[in-house]
Design a protein around this ligand. Sequence first.
Ligand code: DGT
Ligand code: MG
Length: 597
Amino acid sequence: MAYSGQCGDHREGGTERPGSQFWDLASELRSSMEPEEEEEEERWDGEGPGGHNTSVSMSRVIVHMDLDCFYAQVEMIRKPELKDKPLGVQQKSIVVTCNYVARNLGVKKLMAVKAAKEICPHLVLVNGEDLTPYRETSYKVTELLEEFCPLVERLGFDENFVDVTEMVEKRLKQQKTSSDLVVAGHVYNNHAIDLHDRTHVALVLGSQIAEDIRRAVATTLGLTSCAGVASNKLLAKLVSGTFKPNQQTVLLPQSRQDLLRALRGVQKIPGIGYKTAKRLETLGIESVWQLQTFPATALEKELGLSLARRIQKLSYGDDDSPVTPSGPPQSFSDEDSFKKCSTEAEVKEKLLELLPNLLERVYKDGRRPHTLRLTIRQSSSSERWFHRESRQCPIPPHLLQRFGQGNANLLSPLVDVLMKLFHKMINVEVPFHLTLLSVTFSNLKELPSTKKGSIGFYLKEMPPKRDREVDDGDAVWLQSHWRTRATKARRHLEEKDVPEAQVLNGPVPFSPHPVDHLEDTPKAMVCGQPEPTEVVVFPPDVDPQTFSELPPDVQEDLMAQWKSQEAISKPLEKPKATNEKRSSAQVNTLLRYLKPR
Ligand code: DGT
Ligand code: MG
């Protein structure tokens, strides 16, 4: 579920707003940076052709899947001994979620730790402030769903939409008779299924697919979930939590109004957020029914044509928005909230705490971010949760080059840039009181060598995890992940038609050093060459063993790429001529960039 305080990888489009400034070396950050107000509402765009009950929405079958007590399930997989105990996941002083054992004892999501402990003294609490395990599990779920069907859209960490229309159509064609069709799970309101109605049959088939998907997630990843099956995203999401946990519900068109009117307030409709709900309240609109029946022209006058039409359509359950495959994240962010931060030193300290994990995620992703954003929230009695302010700027070119080379030499200059953004929003001459800081890297662009399909992509190694994050599960995953990449790299080469003559010319001299990927990887791996002064140093994320197996022309290509990225840029005093196949000038230039640090 979307919630305030979430931090993660943002896949939604349009994270970049107009008004971003170009980096100006002379004046560094310009004073005219555009302020950014937080958009409180998700873009849940019901815009599109057709009014209520459009043929478009009726012809689709959408599954919404929401994992049960997500963080708690991840913790129970990490520590199976907690499975039957009441378990809460704590962030700061809040139990952000708890397992169903705890829920049955009265503990609720987002309860204060103190209150939860009073209700359930035996509640076991685990710290859930490091989101890494949840994020990793979340992507595994999406990847698994993508194996079923390419149309998968992530919504937050534990929700996915799957458009199964095509799968349903295929099953419909295979279906000889519909008389023996049985719905999987519940039907909202126990409405009777009419097997002569094509829409009903499609939704019943959708319910069977939803069950298959949920079973696959349970058996492969050990995670239970709830699902909703309906004719669009909005309705599928609204119906999916009707029966919890580990159950699913299908919504027939005839029950759509019942579902919508049973919602407690307009804000329960995804796409209608806090601010819109407040504006509606001033018009006397609180319930979904009131919104549905409010005169359209009056609503348009108050809210503007676009918003009024959009939310009124949503109130009828109309949503033509497609399931848009999420693809790789469009930004990486992390944030911390606290009671009070009121000095520059504290701000710096908090930024230094946020950045390492964030940089590690950017590094793992392999792309290079070009924009940096700082978001703050100032303490305000009136708008406690919703008033955020941001400034962003392009990442200065000299820092850009350092991405992908380890994060140590990025931390301090990035904090400097962030502090400049901070000063655009806060006058430190007068007292200030922050309750949240958030950092976002966006505008991610592929490095030439990390484009999927290029050999460099497959050679890129996972960076070692920090000790506290490595457990057995991670270790196995990392090893298998690496093996897959190495295999793909080899396959990529096999597919590449390498003339034998070139192979016979021999690769760049090399003596492999075995690398244990789970131990601290040295900053640079050094490979000795026949001449003692000529040494090839690989970028820290490249495995020499795999490199050695590559044909010479590919090795050359790679080294040329590293050179152009200036990955290792200390010049060699006196380069010597080497490998005869290549011109000595070329090799010398190359080696200038390959000298060990
Ligand atoms: P469920 O779906 O009712 O069985 O329970 P959850 O725990 O899956 O709840 P859900 O789907 O609303 O949220 C997914 C995860 O996101 C949840 O395990 C913890 C986290 N989360 C939810 N709401 C908040 C929030 O308001 N603040 C923070 N920091 N985390 C939240
Ligand atoms: Mg959930």
